[in-house]
Design a protein around this ligand. Sequence first.
Ligand code: SAM
Length: 312
Amino acid sequence: MGKSSKDKRDIYYRKAKEEGWRARSAFKLLQLDQQFHLFDGVQRVVDLCAAPGSWSQVLSRELFEKRGIEAGSGKTVAGSTFGGKVVTGESTAQKSSTMEKAKIVSVDLQPMAPIAGVTTIQADITHPQTLKMILDEFGGEPADFVCSDGAPDVTGLHDLDEYTQAQLILSALQLTTQLLRPGGNFVAKIFRGRDIDLMYFQLGLLFEQVTCAKPRSSRGSSLESFIVCQGYKPRSGWSPDLATGVMVNKELPLPISERVVAPFVACGDLSEYDSDATYTLPSGEGVRVSLDPVQSPTCPPYKRAVEMKRKN
Ligand code: SAM
């Protein structure tokens, strides 16, 4: 089964390569934006679990390119911190006099190839020091929008996978409570499992509106969807704290009277491609070639195996 076969089975995989996105996930964020207008007036964004970087590409296009702002080429600088290497890429966009405040900070365990106007931090979002690293990049200013497309490596043990995913969302939310300005928006990938209603309820205490959204580019056969949390409203007198955890903080009451039922919304134009369908490719010599991925993985898990094989 080659690239060409995947091109046929997955129209968004093919379109991503044709349009220059590093991953098909770009379409998910674009379709969420079609529905929720996530980028309107946004200046400072945090993209959690961002590698290989297609969401960051979308953000760079929205915050710089579409607004006619030169983003700079993005630079990577090696630093050092807990547990290994931290890489930060610095945008030259901040030096632009027209758009001094626009800033995108992207975080992932994996290294990311530079993206125009994006500062990348190689770090674990569950580690307490990561918050400080992001805050430092914003120079104390809060973010307007935080998104997380995080997914842990799947073990195949369903309960363990579900638990790890839930912990990742929790970490993303904990960071968000410290980074987001009141009124700001948060979007995160979720897998609709057994206890999802509890999460909607808890999110409903922190945001004006919580919606569960399924973009057309997310396969219908997958449990994946996205929580779109609009209008951050930290309760007066409540100070979020990484140590205790947002959901168990005693000062965040959970009154049953405020129970939240999150509406479910399918988003993306109905005339757009169906991610579960197989599309026929144009045939004939010279009509089309299967393109290579836009960005090869910078540090794939199989890298060492390939090196060992090469050395026999
Ligand atoms: N949104 C990305 C894009 O558009 O290219 C794709 C994200 S990918 C589906 C999920 C990412 O979550 C992986 O790159 C993985 O390294 C990252 N991840 C998983 N656990 C993490 C953690 N604890 N801290 C930071 N990143 C994590």
